[in-house]
Design a protein around this ligand. Structure first.
Ligand code: C2E
Ligand code: CA
Ligand code: CA
Ligand code: CA
Length: 284
């Protein structure tokens, strides 16, 4: 089949490389799984990082690591095209390990370069149920000499709700290590707000669907304002993701939102490019 190249620069994300619902035993899906397995072993699955800044000061405080697969023929394959495949084929443990390793290695390099930045890593539903994660995170923090509070793990409401008992137990253990925890895509889940108190989280990320149409949309403004206020009252950091323009930035600042992430600040970039980007920003 002719597969379109993923265009990393296209704002629409380009064409889909794989249909997400390919049948489990279809030949294309099996090819995809074996290619992904090879890629996880040969270093062509890497992370890009997207900076996060304090709204009040504009200071960059950390980055989110976003996994990318550099395919020899197809170019950069976005995570939505392979993370769920990894989940269903038993490769997610290896993927999470690769991402954690690359993220903490990069964080250690930045620290050696006097950039004291945090790094946030996304956890999938399966990883959130894997007790081996505790030893793995402990080992990697030690190996790279990164303080636990510089690592944030992002989980979605729906991945917690897939098995709340196990997820909460694992999150409690991660929290006991000193790792920060964040609820990603906040506001899109089906769960009630009451679990927010039960989860040992320090941060919520407002889903970018609320931000993309913020200006001129009274309902979205009300939702975002409510989440910012909720976060403040519960003592949580609030991150607005997917901020694409100055007007949204200003509106969020007037609401008292703490942190922003989005194309208006920077697109995701290879980890090696971050120090240069930071330097360019200072001299601008
Ligand atoms: P997410 O965690 O909600 O990540 C934010 C997504 O929004 C990223 O897409 C990012 O590139 C994109 N984004 C950032 N700023 C803007 C903006 O201003 N405008 C727009 N339109 N988009 C923006 P990406 O990198 O394609 O990742 C998609 C999803 O894949 C992530 O959503 C996350 O759920 C998942 N993912 C990414 N990396 C990993 C990983 O290492 N492990 C796991 N399990 N999932 C990952
Ligand atoms: Ca995320
Ligand atoms: Ca998100
Ligand atoms: Ca998302």
């Amino acid at each position: 089949a002719d597969l379109a190249m993923y265009d990393a620069k296209s704002s629409t994300g380009g064409m889909r490389l794989y249909e997400p619902d390919l049948h489990a035993t279809s030949p294309r899906r099996l090819t995809l799984v074996s290619e992904l397995r090879a890629a996880l072993h040969d270093g062509s699955v890497v992370v890009h990082v997207q900076p996060k800044a304090e709204l009040a000061s504009g200071r960059v405080v950390g980055v989110e690591a976003l996994v990318r697969w550099e395919h020899p023929e197809r170019g950069w394959v976005p995570p939505d095209d392979f993370v769920s495949v990894a989940e269903r084929s038993g490769l997610i443990g290896l993927l999470t390990t690769r991402v954690l390793d690359a993220s903490l290695a990069a964080c250690a390099r930045w620290r050696a370069d006097c950039h004291d930045l945090g790094v946030a890593v996304n956890l999938s539903t399966r990883s959130l149920q894997d007790p081996a994660l505790i030893d793995e995170v402990t080992g990697l923090l030690l190996r790279y000499g990164v303080p636990a509070h510089r690592l944030t793990l992002e989980v979605t409401e729906s991945s917690v709700m897939a098995d709340p008992g196990r997820a909460v137990a694992l999150l409690d253990q991660l929290r006991a290590l000193g790792v920060r925890l964040s609820i990603d895509d906040f506001g899109t889940g089906y769960s009630s707000l009451s679990y927010l108190q039960r989860l040992p989280v320090q941060e919520v990320k407002i889903d970018r669907s609320f931000l993309s149409a913020l200006r001129g949309d009274g309902e979205n403004v009300a939702i975002v304002r409510a989440i910012v206020d909720l976060g403040r009252h519960l003592g949580l950091d609030v991150v607005a993701e997917g901020v694409e323009d100055q007007a949204t930035w200003d509106l969020l600042r007037s609401m008292g939102c703490h942190l922003v992430q989005g194309w208006h600040l920077a697109r995701p970039m290879p980890a090696e490019e971050l120090p240069g980007w930071l330097a360019g920003r200072r001299s601008a």
